[in-house]
Design a protein around this ligand. Structure first.
Ligand code: CA
Length: 231
């Protein structure tokens, strides 16, 4: 089925233009014109991606982004933010809050569609489950459960390995502690999100080259920097 994209934008002409271009490319769309309505729709419409304007009535885009990421049910939905040039610092905050990409206004709808496609491609690639990840001088073999850093094998516990695997599968994306807990420990685990912090710290101790690569994202969780695009 065609992917569904939620567009949250309070300027009607931009909203309709973006919608038209996305539908022309075969995407399904749904729309909201306020932050609050947009947040509600991420829960009810189950979009595959959210295009989120920064300046919105009721609740601004940054707050919407933060709440989408904080809710385990919506935490992994990819988000592209629409920002104005003057709001560059907001853009940076947006990326810290877990937006996957941003497009600066005024933009051409074609350029936005290209970014949407690129993001979907990036996510598809990550889902293809390669048996082996290469991240700089780190090689992780999923089948053999083997981690080679700087040419030397590093023994990891199952949980440390699981964490590393989740991060490698989602380079450049913020993974909240809840998402990591569910993925590595399982939904029936009753530990606290502090568990994740402890294991990330141990993982960094064992594999020092991850020290700069795994970044902590404010109160949310962790992100593995994309290797080709160091930020
Ligand atoms: Ca706006």
């Amino acid at each position: 089925m065609a992917k569904k994209i939620l567009i949250v934008e309070d300027e009607q002409d931009i909203l309709q233009l973006v919608r038209m271009y996305l539908e022309k490319e075969g995407y399904r769309t749904c729309t909201a014109t306020s932050g609050l309505a947009g947040l509600k729709q991420t829960k009810t419409e189950h979009p595959d991606l959210v295009i989120l304007d920064l300046m919105l009535a009721e609740m601004d885009g940054l707050e919407v982004c933060k709440r989408i990421r904080a809710d385990p049910k919506t935490a992994i939905i990819p988000i592209i933010m629409l920002t104005a040039k003057a709001e560059e610092s907001d853009t940076i905050i947006g990326l810290e809050l877990g937006a996957d990409d941003y497009v600066t206004k005024p933009f051409s709808p074609k350029a936005l569609v290209a970014r949407v496609k690129a993001l979907f491609r990036r996510l598809e690639r990550a889902k293809e489950e390669p048996a082996r990840f290469v991240y700089g001088k780190l090689v992780v073999d999923l089948e053999r459960h083997e981690v080679i850093a700087d040419g030397r094998e590093v023994p990891l516990t199952a949980k440390e390995f699981g964490l590393l695997e989740q991060l490698l599968r989602n380079p450049g994306r913020v993974l909240t502690r809840d998402v990591l807990l569910n993925a590595v420990w399982g939904y029936d685990y009753y530990g606290t999100t502090r568990t994740v912090d402890v294991h990330v710290r141990r993982l960094k101790q064992k594999v020092p080259l991850l020290n700069d690569a795994i970044v902590s994202v404010k109160s949310l969780g962790y992100k593995l920097k994309e290797h080709d695009h160091p930020t």
